[in-house]
Structures are given as structure tokens and as C-alpha cells.
Design a protein around this ligand. Structure first.
Ligand SMILES: Cc1cc2nc3c(=O)[nH]c(=O)nc-3n(C[C@H](O)[C@H](O)[C@H](O)COP(=O)(O)OP(=O)(O)OC[C@H]3O[C@@H](n4cnc5c(N)ncnc54)[C@H](O)[C@@H]3O)c2cc1C
Length: 487
């Protein structure tokens, strides 16, 4: 038996008394399910998956991994789009699937305490009897978890008005690599001292595993208006987005669908989208009933002034839900065009949207790949969805090259490489485009404070040099290699 296999068996034996045999997964057919996340391009098999049921169990599992130098990767629902929950270096995947309870809802304080494996939409369902909801609503909200949302600092259509996940997290419990437990943040705002909660949100599982979260809940609005603005020209739709925001109107959501994606969505969902349009804006405004009529009128004026040929309002809640089902089901709908995708997450100043959208189409043409743009236009968060069939030789490399060109253009336009999906594996080496060596070194040092051995989600989030080999060699995490075991 190889040293690696012997070490794996020892780890299985150590984890079993902690969580029970049923929740230590190690057979090839069990590990298969944990090989990938929502991105098509990153895949790796973990050595062992453990499914703990409490903070104490997570801590005990991490202590075992720590003593053995085993890399640890936290996993929520695995819907991430940057390879974040893929165990690129093997090791232990900690699935939070069993920690899926809403522990309490406090309607007076408008807060809830939840375990990390709670599915995003289930939290809003639990808060609904109190007229409250959890505002961050990634399009994956029917499957992605609060822990994953916190780790990725997820956004969503309604984050334009309400802010991304970071704005809705008050406190978190974090199990560190060595199994110690840290509580960051608190119910009371503006706590003195360093903002460790701010560091933890968006850290993509590289600092520890979030095992409990206190979140802010948002009152449901008194009234909601949802409508589609339909355009024959893509540039007109982009210009309308800029004009609406520049006029001081902040819609609850301002989403854009372009080209082939509209027809794919309509074919899959029958949401009521016009299949002959070049672009549509899905616009939602919410608030006090008396304010909405005026806002709707002003938005309609801006759309018409920029060439909208028609505005269609949702007549009732059922129509509104159908329009949203179209938008939120868009990624799945595009499987009708091609079986695989590589989605980018660049952000640009809104005024640069028209040129960037044209650029994505030009890049896709050059790389002989279909591109569909369905994205959070209101905050300039582009999601060029590159569609292809991985069975075609060379297409993987062409898709990566096309994605890289698009992200470079976003950065050159004054934007960034990620609006909400995180960095993960896919974009770790692009980080050096937007941060200097001193910044990256500071990030690496910060990470090492939480995880000196670099065992938590190794080689993610930071460029390979600063996050992976350098840190681990410098701080001795490779001791397992010396013993012929992990990493
Ligand atoms: C169809 C579709 C639509 C999407 N739409 C959006 C969108 O609108 N907005 C958006 O922001 N994203 C979107 N995403 C991306 C994805 O859903 C989000 O990043 C989501 O937050 C990931 O949650 P998850 O539970 O699936 O986490 P995973 O994919 O399992 O993990 C994501 C990252 O978080 C870490 N992690 C997970 N749980 C924990 C924990 N408890 N403690 C510490 N680290 C942890 C993982 O290690 C990994 O690095 C979409 C994805 C899909 C497939």
C-alpha cells in the first residue's frame, strides 16, 4: 500500500468516531459527486469527504486534518463558478450539507441565526411569516447555501439596491485550520477593534470554515413593479441602464439579457420574453406604493429615449415570478445552445457597458465560441457566458483564452475581474493585474495569521506564488510531503 493510501485510511479511521461511518465518504463512487463545482473547467477528486453536524464536529475533523497536514476544502452546495470548492490538491472536503437549520429568527431585531448549509431561499421562506426576507438573492438561490454566499460574498439581482452579502452579515463563527473556534462580528453595530468579520466574508474558505452566521433580515417592500424593456439595439439598452442610474433612480434590480440567450430562456422557461429582441432589460422597483408610479414613469421615459420599442409590465405576481424564473433559470436554459460553459464575472463602470458587450461578441467570434450575455447591468457586473462542447478538440483552451481577454478588457476599462463569483482557481493568477506585489504579500500575511500552514483551501484566491507554494514552504505545511503523505 502506498504511503498516501495508508495516510488516507488513517484519516478515515480518525474521522469515523467523530461523525459516524455514514458521514465519512471515501469510495470512488461517493467522491465523484465532489469532484467539481458549477464551473465546467475545474475538476479534482478529494481523498475523503466528511459531513459533520455541528461546530464541535467540524472542529474535531479539522484538528485531525491539521495534525496530518491534510488540505481542507469547505463545500456548501458546490454551485460556485470559480473552482472554489474543488479539492485541487486532494485532501479533505468538509461538506456543510447537514448543518442546514435556521436556528432562530428575531423579528424585532430583524436578524436570524443560521447554520451554513441553509439554502439561501429557505432562509427567506423561514423569515416570510414575519414579513422579512434575506436580501442577497444569487440566481442560484434555490441551491446555493448561506455559508457559500458568505464565503464568496455573493451578489444577486436585488443587491443593486440592497447591497451584497457582506452588507447582511452581522456575525459568524469560524473554525480555524487547527480546530480552534473564533467568533467574529456581533449583533451590535460598529464593534471596536479590527473588522475581522469583514476579512472573513468573501475569504472563499481560505481562512477557516464558517459554521454559524447571524444575518440581517430585510422587511418585504410594500409594493413591487416589474417590467421588461425591449430593445432592437444592444447599445440602446446599455445606454438606458446608465441613464436610469445617472438620474438618481436605484431600481431594486436592473438585469440585462442579450441576443441568443433571450430565445434560449424563452424556449426553456416560457417566461414571456420576446425572442426577436436584440436585448431586454428586466427592471424591478420596490418601496412605498405612492413612490412607485413616478419612478416607473421616469424609467419608461429613459428606456423610450434610448430606443425601447416596448415596455411590458408584469400584471400580477404570477407573471412577475415567470419573468424572474426566466432570468434565474438563464444559465440552465443556455444548455440548449451548448452543453458546457465558462462564465466570466467582470465588472466595469456602467458607462463602458456598450463597448465591453461589443468586445465580448468580437472575442467570441474570433475564438469560434458562442457568447451569451445575461447579467446584472445595474452594477456593471458582466457575465459573458461562453458556450461550447468540451468534446471539441482545443475548445477548452480557446474558452479560457477568450475569458482572459474579456477580463483584461474589463480591467483596462477601469473595472475588475470579479463582481461576485470570487477568485477561486480560475482567476487567482489574474489578481496580479489589479494588485501590486506589496498588496499581494499583505494578503498572504493576513491569510497566514488565520492559517499559518496554508492548509485551508490551499492555492485558491491568491496567485500561485503568494498563496500556495511560497507560503506553505515558508511555514512548513509541506511536512506531510516529507512524511510521504499529503499535499
Ligand atoms: C446557475 C447559477 C447562478 C448563479 N448566480 C449567482 C449570482 O447571481 N450571484 C452570485 O454571487 N453568484 C452566483 N452563482 C455562483 C454561486 O452560486 C455562488 O458563489 C454561491 O455563493 C456559492 O454557494 P455554494 O453554497 O454553492 O458554495 P460552494 O460552491 O460550495 O463554495 C463556494 C466557495 O465558498 C467556500 N465555502 C462554502 N461553504 C463554506 C463555509 N461554510 N465556510 C467557509 N467557506 C465555505 C468554498 O470552499 C468555496 O471556496 C451562480 C451559480 C450558478 C450555478
Amino acid at each position: 500500500m502506498s504511503a498516501q493510501e495508508a495516510a488516507r485510511r488513517q484519516l478515515i479511521a480518525a474521522l469515523t468516531p467523530i461523525v459516524g461511518e455514514r458521514y465519512v465518504l471515501h469510495r470512488p463512487e461517493e467522491l465523484l459527486l465532489y469532484e467539481y463545482d458549477g464551473s465546467a473547467l475545474d475538476q479534482a477528486t478529494p481523498d475523503v469527504v466528511v459531513v459533520p453536524a455541528s461546530t464541535e464536529e467540524v472542529a474535531a475533523c479539522l484538528r485531525e486534518a491539521w495534525q496530518r497536514g491534510v488540505p481542507v476544502v469547505a463545500r456548501g452546495a458546490g454551485t460556485g463558478l470559480a473552482g472554489g470548492s474543488v479539492a485541487e490538491r486532494g485532501g479533505l472536503v468538509v461538506s456543510l450539507a447537514r448543518m442546514n437549520r435556521v436556528l432562530s429568527v428575531d423579528p424585532l431585531a430583524r436578524t436570524a441565526v443560521v447554520q451554513p448549509g441553509v439554502v439561501n431561499v429557505d432562509l427567506s421562506v423561514a423569515a416570510a411569516p414575519y414579513g422579512l426576507h434575506f436580501a442577497p438573492d444569487p440566481s442560484s438561490q434555490r441551491s446555493s447555501t448561506i455559508g457559500g454566499n458568505v464565503a464568496a460574498n455573493a451578489g444577486g439581482p436585488h443587491c443593486l439596491k440592497y447591497g451584497v452579502t457582506a452588507a447582511h452579515v452581522l456575525a459568524a463563527t469560524l473554525v480555524l485550520a487547527d480546530g480552534s473556534v473564533l467568533r467574529v462580528g456581533g449583533a451590535v453595530p460598529d464593534a471596536p477593534g479590527y473588522d475581522l468579520l469583514g476579512v472573513v466574508v468573501g475569504s472563499e474558505g481560505t481562512l477557516g470554515i464558517v459554521t454559524e452566521v447571524m444575518v440581517r433580515l430585510t422587511p418585504n417592500p410594500e409594493a413591487v413593479h416589474t417590467f421588461l424593456a425591449i430593445f432592437d439595439e444592444m447599445d440602446g439598452a446599455s445606454a438606458a441602464v446608465s441613464a436610469i442610474i445617472a438620474a438618481g433612480i436605484v431600481p431594486a434590480a436592473l438585469e440585462m439579457l442579450v441576443g441568443e440567450g433571450i430565445a434560449a430562456v424563452e424556449a426553456a422557461v416560457r417566461a414571456g420574453y420576446p425572442t426577436d429582441a436584440r436585448a431586454v432589460l428586466l427592471i424591478e422597483i420596490d418601496g412605498l406604493r405612492e413612490d412607485l408610479a413616478d419612478q416607473a414613469r421616469r424609467i419608461a421615459e429613459h428606456c423610450t429615449a434610448h430606443g425601447a420599442r416596448e415596455l411590458r409590465a408584469a400584471a400580477d405576481e404570477e407573471q412577475r415570478q415567470r419573468l424572474w424564473a426566466g432570468r434565474k433559470g438563464a444559465l440552465a436554459a443556455c444548455a440548449r445552445i451548448a452543453p458546457h460553459y465558462h462564465i466570466q464575472d467582470g465588472v466595469v463602470p456602467r458607462s463602458r457597458l456598450p463597448e465591453l458587450l461589443r468586445f465580448t461578441e468580437e472575442v467570441a467570434r474570433r475564438h469560434r465560441i458562442t457568447v451569451v450575455n445575461i447579467f446584472h447591468a445595474g452594477d456593471g457586473n458582466l457575465h459573458p457566458l461562453l458556450l461550447f462542447d468540451l468534446r471539441e478538440p482545443g475548445v477548452r483552451e480557446r474558452a479560457i483564452a477568450a475569458g482572459e481577454e474579456i477580463l483584461r478588457a474589463c480591467v483596462e476599462a477601469g473595472g475588475s475581474i470579479s463582481g461576485e463569483h470570487g477568485i477561486g482557481i480560475e482567476k487567482r493568477d489574474y489578481l496580479a493585474w489589479i494588485f501590486g506585489a506589496a498588496d499581494l504579500e499583505a494578503f498572504a500575511q493576513l491569510r497566514a495569521v488565520f492559517d499559518p500552514a496554508g492548509q485551508m483551501n490551499p492555492c485558491k484566491l491568491l496567485p500561485m506564488g503568494s498563496s500556495c507554494a511560497d507560503i506553505q514552504q515558508a511555514r512548513g505545511a509541506l511536512r506531510a510531503v516529507a512524511q510521504g503523505a499529503w499535499i
